[in-house]
Write a protein that binds this ligand. Sequence first.
Ligand code: ATP
Length: 255
Amino acid sequence: LLGLTTSFIGKNIHYEESVESTQKIAHLLASKNVPEGTVVIAEEQISGKGRMSRKWYSPKYTGIWMSLILRPNIPLTKAPQLTLLTAVAIVQAMEEMTGLTPEIKWPNDILMNGKKISGILTELQAEADRIHSIIIGMGINVNQKKEDFPPELQGIASSLLVEKGEPISRANLIKSIFKHFEKLYLLYLDQGFFPIKLLWEGYAVSIGKIIKARTLTSTIEGRALGITDDGVLVLEDSNGVIHHIYSADIELRTG
Ligand code: ATP
């Protein structure tokens, strides 16, 4: 990555042609105490990971499939904030590289024209309630053509190439993500989540809208009021009851 401007994010890159998943390799490296900011990048993932054992489709040479290792000195409960911080970094880099502004769907999806172009997966290594490493997986559809997506993703997924109408340099986009990430991460370590939250809310598609949140145990419909300082989604249902959503599938509704 010639011309990388960061001081620690992406300074140590572990590059692979083909892997089962970059998260798996990053977990191994993290347990060997590699420096913070180490990134695993692969040209292809045979079995890319999404949330809740879902699969992330990661074909060769067309996307960015990478996992970043962090060691922030924060409590376990604040780890979800880093998913939101990562989403802001990816959105800022996409804006810089394409001139288009994507939207963020809580907690971990980045959309353009309602279709998913990127997903984020945050995983932890912890001892008792101390974080040892946070591993942030990023999947970004860059240069896939519409017909490259498998049938089940045709209606829901898109790429920067499809949205912009021209190919985007993956190397430049990676460098831009590292740059924006490092800036946001240093701001976060210095000032906490509040400035990140403001940026995140500026890009969020669901805030103010009626949405359906399907958690493991129930489905709640209500207006998304925003996120708390911990990155938890706050919904108000039609009875005026406030719900805090820690983990869910979100369906956007009109209203
Ligand atoms: P959603 O909120 O979109 O239902 P999720 O956040 O629960 O998904 P993720 O972990 O982000 O899930 O991603 C896995 C899901 O994303 C898959 O089940 C599939 O529907 C979709 N998907 C898989 N690969 C891609 C891809 N390359 N681009 C866009 N979407 C994908």
